[in-house]
Design a protein around this ligand. Structure first.
Ligand SMILES: [Mn+2]
Length: 366
């Protein structure tokens, strides 16, 4: 090689290292600024400040780079620093996986959800309709090894004239049946004012899709000591969903389980579209257990088995599904609840029959 070129290239190598050193120094300072911004709750992006820096740089520019080139080079540096600050801010979220936080294992009585445990199953009717319906279903589910019983006493319904749930009476019915058959009771809370009643009767407080961003409710439930099942809103992004979970953790409740339940898309053949990537991402980005509600995501009985398999394949810690003694006469979700025989076939087809261990319960009737 021409010796002159070699000398010039050596100079470039030295300059590269100097630029790198300066860039690293600059990044460290930007990180320190980012930390202060996070502490004070101010935004990491300040367009006015950015414009000032660009103006100073172009004023000082004597070439050979054009002003536009200098701007675009520095814009790259600004963005890289911003990215660092945002990544650092993310680490400070309580839901975040960063800093090697271990998987959260939520305990509901003796049942452990999350970690490396076997996936659990929550089953039960959409709504608590009567004592007989609940007793009958609870008995059957317990005999199949189900440990977590669901049933809504407060039903968020699209139509204000459709069945709204039995309220506190429904909570009492559910509690009694669960106690009789050794089940844990999962029920939705719709209103922060019902917290005391729900805490008295329920083992897991469910926050429904339509209330995912009801921040008053999130804060109230976050102050409860009961485990929470937080459903994803029908049109919520993954970010909005995990931020809702952050509210619960921030208020002091560490026992939070996420539940993907399908999102609204343009596809009319299913009630919602099950977002399996959201399950994998939620597992990756947070340390919380993640459930999949296969009943409401597809809204179709014929999809319950394949959607369950898909959910388990992407790492779901549990499945939630609806079972009713006679779905044809159910007061809600007639099309998607399983009857008892369908549920038995479902357990077999999904492999859940091998995961569940039925216990004998002395039953004295009611
Ligand atoms: Mn339902």
């Amino acid at each position: 090689m021409e010796p002159k070129i070699r000398t010039l290239r050596d100079q470039i190598d030295v300059l590269n290292l100097e630029i790198l050193e300066k860039l690293s120094q600059r990044a460290a300072i930007a990180e320190a600024i980012g930390e202060l911004q996070t502490q004070t709750g101010s935004s990491h992006y300040d367009p006015v400040r950015e414009q000032e820096m660009l103006d100073t740089l172009t004023a000082a520019n004597e070439g050979p780079f054009s002003d536009a080139t200098v701007k675009s080079l520095f814009k790259q540096i600004f963005q890289a620093s911003m990215h660092l600050e945002v990544e650092q801010a993310k680490k400070s979220y309580l839901i975040s996986r960063a800093e090697d936080r271990p998987d959260t294992v939520v305990r509901v009585g003796e049942i452990e959800v999350g970690g490396n445990g076997s996936p659990v199953l929550i089953a039960g009717p959409c709504a608590i309709e009567s004592k007989e319906q609940v007793e009958f279903t609870a008995e059957r589910l317990a005999s199949r090894g189900v440990k977590l019983f669901r049933g809504g006493a407060y039903k968020p319904r699209t139509d204000p004239y459709s069945f709204q749930g039995l309220g506190v009476e429904g909570l009492r019915i559910g509690r009694e049946a669960c106690d009789r058959y050794g089940l844990k009771f999962v029920a939705e809370i719709m209103d922060a004012r019902d917290l005391a009643a729900c805490e008295e009767h329920v083992d897991v407080l469910q926050i429904g899709a339509r209330n995912m961003q009801n921040f008053t409710l999130l804060r109230a439930v976050g102050r409860s000591s009961k485990p929470v099942l937080l459903k994803r809103g029908l049109s919520a992004t993954i970010q909005e969903w995990v931020m809702a979970a952050e509210y619960l953790l921030y208020e002091g409740n560490p026992n939070v389980m996420l539940c993907e339940r399908g999102i609204r898309t343009y596809e009319p053949t299913t009630r919602n579209t099950l977002d399996v990537s959201a399950v994998a991402l939620a597992k990756q980005e947070t340390h919380l257990p993640v459930f999949v509600d296969v009943t409401h995501s597809g809204g179709r009985r014929d999809l319950l088995v394949p959607l369950t398999k898909a959910a388990l394949a992407v790492g779901a810690d549990g499945i939630m599904t609806e079972v009713h003694p006679n779905p044809a006469v159910a007061l809600s979700d007639q099309k998607q609840q399983m009857d008892f025989d369908t549920f038995d076939a479902y357990l077999e087809a999904t492999g859940y029959h091998k995961k569940l261990t039925p216990e004998r319960h002395e039953v004295y009737g009611f």
